[in-house]
Design a protein. Structure first.
Length: 494
């Protein structure tokens, strides 16, 4: 008798993990991404028939492919009761089970991240000694728990209290060797301290997860909700799309190839050019007014956070495959209002004799020389997140997280050379394009970001509030991970 097979499929650009579980020719898919060919192909390769599609909740940070996968395979969709889903599905209650082959899946109702959130406990009946596995969705991550602010009818405090009970009364009652497989990893917007590890155990999380170290429900609630970062605006839209069920990706039209003159006309009408090429290519030359979001990083997530789902976009890529990949990634978060792509990319723009814009790049060494020579002329903008800033900053930096930059431009001094940096350069390139679109001319991107600064051995400071909090906490390394939750209101600029 073969053991139950579990395959994890990780979508790095959204830090999203989905799973396909197979036994005796039958398979279940948990939390599918929007483009579902990978599940169909994986099942076909193992001679499995997909009969079950399970959503741990109605996801808010991406558009799920449950509807298309169900239509293509004939599988039934399972959701926690009370989801409000408008497509045919099976609402599951606490303790309900699905069995196929040697696999038994038991549903645990774990409200908190959302009201209908479920976790799925898997036992392999063919190998009784095998530890149970728990697919924890956005309830419990490796190193974190789900954000508690996704209900329009409950406060974050109410949801956090529910989440505390779900974790302590359901998940933490499981044996310590139970494996956990969450729906997201490091980089997701559904939590703040997620590890890059793909899995863990209940026992390890009990000892190391900062949120599970809270001694009481009240402490847990404060830990999760004090200075809670605002959820991205597109979250509610994506959750609604998932409630209705998104159209198949095959319905996406092929993008129209636009001439340079057509691009100029559409820009005047409100469309935004999104340049998806690597940062250095964008820096050397780009369509004036472009927004730069490189395809190599969390492209779709940043596009949705900064541009929303409705702004008409024009894509600039390295080639047609690059453009098509851009379109698919945008569709994964619900962005489908694409006016087209620039025909032949930047080459086509240049061949039509159009003007280019550029963003100066500065090395750490050149930046130091500039600052030493003209200290009153240089300002530093740090666009990293609060937790990153708490671990060290370049002296006299103004700290504004990238997601908030567009609403805080009035805080910047247009009379100085503004040197922008993040951790390594991805986000700062986005930031410089935001600044240039807003009319800032005297700007530069710090090559390599804060990583390059530290690698060079240059001094940096730790905010005094963060140092004091660490010293007084007395809870060790696990507790130190909470710095970003505690310093937002203490460190200027955050």
């Amino acid at each position: 008798m073969e053991p139950v097979h579990v395959e994890r499929l990780f979508l790095g650009c959204l830090a999203h993990a989905s799973y396909i579980i197979g036994s005796d020719g039958v398979a279940a898919v948990i939390d599918p991404q929007r483009d579902v060919d990978i599940y169909v192909e994986a099942a076909a390769g193992r001679n499995w028939k997909i009969e079950y599609i399970i959503e741990t909740h109605l996801h808010a940070d991406f558009v799920s492919g449950h509807r298309e996968l169900a239509e293509r395979t004939g599988a039934r969709i399972y959701l926690g009761a009370g989801s409000g889903a408008e497509f045919p599905h099976v609402p599951v209650m606490d303790g309900d089970e699905i069995q196929f082959g040697q696999c038994c899946l038991r549903f645990l109702h774990t409200p908190g991240h959302t009201l209908e959130s479920i976790c799925i406990l898997m036992n392999d009946r063919g190998v009784p000694a095998r530890p149970a596995a728990v697919f924890t969705g956005d309830t419990l991550f490796v190193g974190d728990v789900g954000r508690p602010d996704l209900s329009p009818f409950h406060t974050p405090q109410q949801l956090a209290a529910m989440l505390y009970r779900s974790i302590h009364e359901k998940l933490l009652t499981l044996p310590d060797d139970s494996e956990i497989f969450p729906a997201h990893g490091a980089g997701s917007l559904c939590g703040r301290q997620m590890s890059s590890e793909s899995s863990s155990t209940i026992g390890r999380q009990r000892q190391s997860n900062y949120a599970l170290l809270a001694r009481t429900s009240d402490e847990f609630v404060h830990l999760l909700t004090d200075n809670l970062p605002a959820r991205p605006e597109y979250f509610a839209r994506d959750a609604d799309l998932n409630r209705r069920g998104a159209a198949p990706l095959s319905a996406l039209p092929q993008l129209a190839a636009l001439t340079a003159l057509e691009v100029l006309r559409l820009q005047k009408e409100g469309a935004i050019v999104v340049d998806t090429r690597p940062a250095m290519q964008f820096a050397v030359g780009h369509v004036p007014g472009s927004m730069h979001i490189a395809l190599t990083g969390q492209y779709a997530s940043w596009a949705a956070r900064i541009l929303g789902l409705d702004t008409p976009l024009i894509v600039v890529g390295e080639d047609l495959d690059h453009v098509r990949e851009s379109q698919i990634r945008l569709a994964r978060v619900g962005i489908e209002n694409l006016a087209g792509c620039l025909a032949e990319g930047l080459t086509g723009w240049i061949q039509n004799g159009m003007e280019l814009d550029y963003i100066p790049q500065v090395t750490v060494q050149d930046f130091l020389e500039l600052r030493n020579r003209e200290p009153d002329r240089i300002a530093v903008l740090d666009v990293r997140e609060p937790g990153e800033v708490a671990a060290g900053v370049i002296e006299n930096s103004l700290c504004i997280p990238l997601g908030k930059l567009g609403s805080r431009l009035v805080e910047l001094d247009r009379g100085k050379l503004l040197v922008v940096h993040c951790k390594s350069g991805y986000r700062s390139s986005i930031a410089t394009s935001i600044l240039r679109r807003a009319g800032f001319r005297d700007i530069a991107n710090l090559i390599g970001g804060f990583d390059a600064w530290k690698t060079t051995g240059l001094p940096y400071s730790v905010p005094a509030a963060a140092e004091a909090w660490i010293a007084s906490s007395g809870r060790g390394a696990g507790r130190q991970q909470v710095i970003d939750l505690k310093t937002r209101s203490l460190w200027k600029g955050l």
